[in-house]
Design a protein around this ligand. Structure first.
Ligand code: 6PG
Length: 468
């Protein structure tokens, strides 16, 4: 009976989809869920794949159904549930059996779990692509010991998405490296979504366009440089009709964004790393702010509604497309820069070109542009992506549109925090002589913190105020 290739705990949406994907790729799998009726229903609904699936009614039965050395994937909510499963399974396992946390864990937790596991095999893998991805091919970001990853790589690469023959699954580094990269992926996901929402706002509130017309614009953009899963689904979301009202569904969806927290983790970690990711931070702030609906309503009543009309001639849709291209390049430059900073800080040696490659398919941020990013990072992983010739050319052609869009939005009261943050980053980055000399002067004035002189390069210098 101990014949199944791999085990899986947790038959929620993602776990069930991943289990079917594994079975479909020809691997025998044993599954266990806390509520056994869920397991029974899952196996009963697995159709032709049921022959490759063992539905275990206990953790002991799950372990007994697996080939040695065993490997068990946890697909349970991040946090305590993961620790509880590890604590329950470890006593049932041998020392060379492997536990894989495939949920959206905080990478600090994964670091701790890897440390606690010691020599016991443990992997933390980031899995992206939602239910559809888990079922038919997610992007998999692996973290843990390389040799341990290699043991299950045949299964993980077989179930991953495929980009022109290359699997979107890779080992990225030790301990929490995979979950760290997944968090940055999600931060970028938040930023991409926010920038799309901002141009949607310009079209709806500035240009006065109906949802259907906005859907057509997004669908058109999906044929060009912005081609991506998120633009594609934005067109579909904007183009959907509400069954109850017969009007656009988008118009009846409450304007308060939820979040499970991975984008926020990215923003917090970026601060620890001193890695500038202002577009991601703006996107997290925008979600937080979106939830304050009552407060926003009160402010609108007090100050009057923000958005004012914009003429179609003032803001042709292709200018917004260009602005989004520029914003996206700047956002990814920041995201990859943050991964580079973490790589240095944590000694991970994270392979930036590989990360771009495994994001080309399967994951939520998949896009055509990621293929060019993989190429640019392959040429020079240490260079800011905005300075890679291909993307520098794009930015030269599009930053004017970003400026126009942000300026017009500011003038007409349409909030575009993420696009604005992208523009401010761009302008700050291309200003060789910035304004922090004033800050250094202030710091020295009130705290004698010292400054570096530009003329002779001497540091620890003080102004005349130091004498008094
Ligand atoms: C993915 C997604 C996924 C995430 C959801 C919800 O890559 O498949 O990032 O892991 O959990 O998108 O995230 P929020 O609830 O934070 O928006």
């Amino acid at each position: 009976m101990s014949e199944r290739e791999i085990g899986l705990v947790g038959l929620g949406t993602m776990g069930a989809a991943l289990a079917l994907n594994i079975a479909e790729k020809g691997f025998g799998i044993a599954v266990w869920n806390r509520t056994h009726s869920v397991t029974e229903a899952f196996v009963a609904g697995a159709g032709d794949l049921a022959g490759r699936i063992t539905g275990a009614d206990s953790q002991e039965a799950l372990v007994a159904a697996l080939k040695r050395p065993r490997a068990i994937i946890l697909m349970v909510p991040a946090g305590e549930a993961v620790d509880a499963q590890i604590a329950a399974l470890r006593p049932l396992l041998d020392d060379d059996d492997l536990i894989i946390d495939a949920g959206n864990a905080n990478f600090h937790d994964t670091n701790h779990r890897a440390e606690e596991a010691g020599d016991l095999p443990f992997l933390g893998i980031g899995v992206s692509g939602g239910e559809e991805g888990a079922r038919h091919g997610p992007s998999i970001m692996g973290g843990g010991t390389r040799a341990v990853w290699d043991r299950v790589a045949p299964v993980l690469t077989a179930i991953a998405a495929d980009y022109e023959g290359e699997p979107c699954a890779a080992w990225l580094g030790e301990a929490g490296a995979g979950h760290f990269v997944k968090a940055v992926h999600n931060g970028i996901e938040y930023a991409d979504m926010q920038m799309i929402a901002e141009v949607y706002g310009l079209m709806r509130d500035g240009l006065g366009m109906e949802a259907g017309a906005i859907a057509d614009v997004f669908a058109g953009w999906n044929e060009g440089p912005l081609a991506s899963f998120l633009i594609e689904i934005s067109a579909k979301v904007a183009g959907s009709t509400d069954a109850a009202t017969g009007g656009p569904l988008l118009d009846v969806i409450a304007d308060a964004a939820g979040q499970k927290g991975t984008g926020r983790w990215t923003a917090i970690e970026a601060q620890h790393l001193a890695a500038p990711v202002p577009v991601i931070e703006a996107a997290v702030v925008a979600r937080n702010l979106s939830s304050r609906r009552e407060e926003r309503r009160a402010a609108e009543a007090l100050f009057g509604a923000g958005p004012q009309a914009i003429d179609a001639e003032e803001l042709p849709v292709n200018r917004m497309e260009e602005a989004l291209i520029a914003g996206k390049i700047l956002c990814y430059a920041q995201g990859f820069g943050m991964i580079g900073a973490a790589s240095d800080q944590f000694g991970w040696d994270l392979p930036l070109p590989t990360i771009a490659k495994i994001w080309r398919a399967g994951c939520i941020i998949r896009s055509d542009m990621l293929d060019d990013m993989a190429a640019a990072l392959g040429d020079d992983p240490g260079r800011n992506l905005m300075m890679a010739p291909y993307f520098a050319d794009w930015l030269k052609r599009t930053h004017g549109a970003l400026r126009k869009v942000v300026a017009l939005a500011a003038e007409r009261g349409v909030a575009v925090p993420a696009l604005g943050a992208g523009l401010a980053y761009f302008d700050a980055m291309r200003t060789a002589r910035g304004t922090a000399n004033m800050i250094q002067g202030q710091r020295d004035f009130f705290g004698l913190h010292g400054f570096e002189r530009l003329d002779d390069g001497k540091s620890g210098q003080h102004g005349p105020w130091a004498q008094g």
